[in-house]
Ligand binder design. Structure first.
Ligand SMILES: *[C@@H]1O[C@H](CO)[C@@H](O)[C@H](O)[C@H]1NC(C)=O
Length: 349
């Protein structure tokens, strides 16, 4: 008898768990860099922005929003897949209010990194400041929805954290005498991961429970890196930099499984975008692309941000894996979003 009660209890606990796991995501909350910035840098004094043509050429209405893309970002597509808005508004954009942000908000800032010094290079928003904005958002959300409802949104929202690439391509490798003189590559990885751990724990303490962390991109294959890489191999990628990204991502994965064990109720997923982007780059035709080693905008070899102009820009960005020399095209972003959803984020649907 006791045995049967026990089995029955397990059965009910299982049902409760499953129900909890299927709770709908009421909002998407985004931290990171230009991979996910939907326009915050338009509202701070920095040159790291792109609120001008040809950016946004394929965005609804053809508007340059500040997204480093011809159209939408992977997080916009994910938001739509979760039944939320098709575009995630930037927190600093005065055109939006807490009513808009209640179902999705972006704190990301292009050209930022885990390292404060990375944000310092182009005077953008450091990660700690993104978190300060998030705390302010929580206060506004509680005032808007009431404490109970707001706390439910905070606990059930899906948080996306996408940054790290800039710490290497904009900072460590780009500034001789900077971090390179203080850290070996491995030490720098560990320094960044220490900041990541601190950030994720703070997010947990603020009530976040469902988190998706994207690792570093195959940075050695970004068109801008191919242009400056003199040790070209078959694919023309800087394999050393790719290996640093892979190594970092491996360490990130271990950190996340440690946090999953340490923090009760935390559901943190490593949504690894490395392999899908590398796939697009190595087998572009399999996905309907024609060009993977150059961006669509300008000469395709080095331009991003203000260097990217209409001059020489390709006519059909859908043929290109990369929109500019650093950032994927909208079509690539859509493929990446679908991959991340199917492979990693379905658990939150
Ligand atoms: C980054 O800057 C903030 C604000 O000055 C500071 O609180 C934080 O400790 C810094 N992070 C690191 C890792 O130095």
């Amino acid at each position: 008898m006791a045995h049967r009660v026990y089995i029955l209890m397990l059965f009910f606990i299982q049902i409760l768990r499953t129900t909890g796991a299927n709770t709908k995501v009421p909002a998407m909350i985004v931290f990171g860099d230009s991979s996910v910035d939907t326009g915050n840098n338009n509202f701070i004094p920095t040159i790291a922005r792109c609120n001008f043509e040809p950016y946004g050429r394929d965005f609804p209405g053809g508007i340059p929003t500040g997204r480093f893309c011809n159209g939408r970002l992977s997080t916009d597509f994910l938001s739509e897949s979760f039944g939320l808005k098709p575009t995630i508004p930037a927190y600093l954009d005065p055109a939006y209010s807490i009513a808009d942000f209640a179902t999705g908000v972006c704190f990301a800032s292009s050209a930022t990194g885990f390292d404060n010094a990375t944000a310092g290079v182009l005077q953008v928003i450091p990660l700690w400041k993104e978190l300060e904005f998030y705390k302010e958002y929580q206060r506004k959300l509680r005032a808007y929805l009431g404490v109970g409802k707001a706390n439910k949104v905070i606990g059930e929202a899906l948080y996306t954290v996408s940054l790290g690439t800039n710490d290497f391509i904009e900072n460590y490798y780009a500034i001789p005498g900077g971090r390179q003189s203080q850290f070996t590559v491995q030490e720098y990885q560990d320094f960044l991961l220490g900041i990541a751990e601190d950030f994720l724990k703070k997010l947990y303490n603020l009530g976040a429970r469902k988190i998706s962390v994207t690792g570093i991109a195959p940075m050695g294959c970004l068109p801008v890196e191919r242009t400056t890489d003199f040790m070209n191999n078959d694919y023309g990628c800087n394999e050393e930099h790719n290996n640093v990204a892979l190594e970092f991502n491996g360490k990130m994965m271990s950190l996340l499984s440690k946090l999953n064990k340490e923090l009760p109720g935390f559901r943190i997923v490593f949504a690894d975008g490395y392999n899908i982007l590398l796939d697009l780059i190595k087998k572009p035709s399999k996905f309907g692309f024609e060009v993977a080693d150059m961006g669509c905008c300008g000469s395709g070899t080095f331009e991003t941000g203000f260097l990217c102009t209409d001059l020489f820009t390709c006519t059909d960005a859908n043929k290109f894996v990369f929109w500019d020399s650093v950032h994927p095209s909208e079509k690539a972003n859509k493929i990446i979003a679908n991959y991340l959803l199917t492979r990693y984020l379905k658990v939150f649907l």
